[in-house]
Design a protein around this ligand. Structure first.
Ligand code: PLP
Length: 285
């Protein structure tokens, strides 16, 4: 049985990858991914053996790599490696594939990349609904313009802050986080994009406010526009989200999770719409 597969797709200089045993050692202890979280990554949802939104994920990986001054990635090699990892895994209904790019071993100036596939855990509880705590991220929506070195909106490997946010939410009796900018606007979750319904409008945080451009959002916007609704980026305060006609945290593997409570405020939940949003993200329309 192969529970997961690791591959080693190289960057432009070494246009090949090899399948390796995921249980065997692969990383040097001085790899900057491990010592500094210095690299970028993507997590792709795979439903019935089909990766969802693979091209947008690869393009976002390239964007993140550019933001971290990493060399241009060979997206074709990475796509082939994703394919190989999915094919090598036992068929399961929901798989997640991680693509990781590291700046490489300290002192060697040679980035490296790897891909692995693993069966997704059950997200049934989150998909049923989330109690969300609003947490101040401490930076303003102008940070991408004034302080690009903060890498707001890059999917870097440095997720310790995002995970600390989740632990704080748990201390507050919540399941999830909605980060708020220091100038008072709703941003995103630690691993998810905010979607808000106000009347016939579906809204999300503008990417230039310093959030990650979500790949799931593309599928969701296509769906709701097809159903005659408006879809747009718009800055929203916490109060506006709390007063909305529904809100979700979207992501590639967990899909559309409705927010049932934002701090102490209860939000309406539309189960049928939620199911359609999730199906669109998973490519099961
Ligand atoms: N925002 C952050 C910070 C994330 O880490 C993620 C996904 O991991 C998302 C948003 C949602 O992105 P996607 O829909 O591509 O999974």
């Amino acid at each position: 049985m192969i529970p997961g597969v690791a591959a080693d797709p190289a960057l432009k200089a070494r246009p090949a990858f090899r399948l390796v045993d995921e249980g065997a050692p692969q990383l040097r202890v001085t790899d900057l991914a491990a010592t500094r979280g210095d690299g970028v990554f993507e997590t792709v949802g795979v439903f019935d053996s089909r990766p969802a939104n693979l091209t947008p994920h690869l393009e976002r990986l390239q964007r993140s790599a550019r933001m971290l001054d990493l060399p241009a990635l060979d997206l074709d090699v990475l796509a082939q490696a994703v394919d190989a990892a999915v094919t090598a895994h036992l068929p399961v209904p929901e798989l997640l594939v991680k693509i990781v790019v590291s700046r490489g071993v300290e002192g060697q100036a040679r980035p490296s990349a790897w891909v692995f596939a693993d069966a997704a855990p059950s997200y049934a509880a989150a998909r049923a609904g989330l109690r969300v705590a609003a947490l101040d991220r401490g930076i303003p929506t102008t940070a991408p313009q004034t302080s690009p070195w903060l890498l707001a909106g890059a999917k870097s490997l440095s997720y310790a802050i995002n995970m600390a946010g989740l632990r704080e939410a748990s201390r507050r009796g919540a399941d999830e986080v909605l980060f708020i900018s220091s100038d008072g606007y709703a941003l995103e979750g630690p691993t998810s994009t905010l979607l808000v319904k106000r009347g016939n409008r579906f809204l999300t945080t503008p990417v230039d406010a310093g959030v990650l451009p979500g790949t799931s959002l593309g599928s969701v916007f296509e769906l709701v526009r097809g159903e005659g609704a408006e879809a747009a980026e718009e800055l929203m305060t916490l109060a506006q989200v709390a007063e909305s006609d529904g809100a979700w945290l979207l992501s590639s593997v967990r899909l559309a999770c409705p927010i049932t409570h934002l701090d102490d405020v209860e939000l309406p939940v539309d189960r049928s719409l939620t199911d359609r949003l999730s199906a669109a993200i998973a490519g099961r329309k």
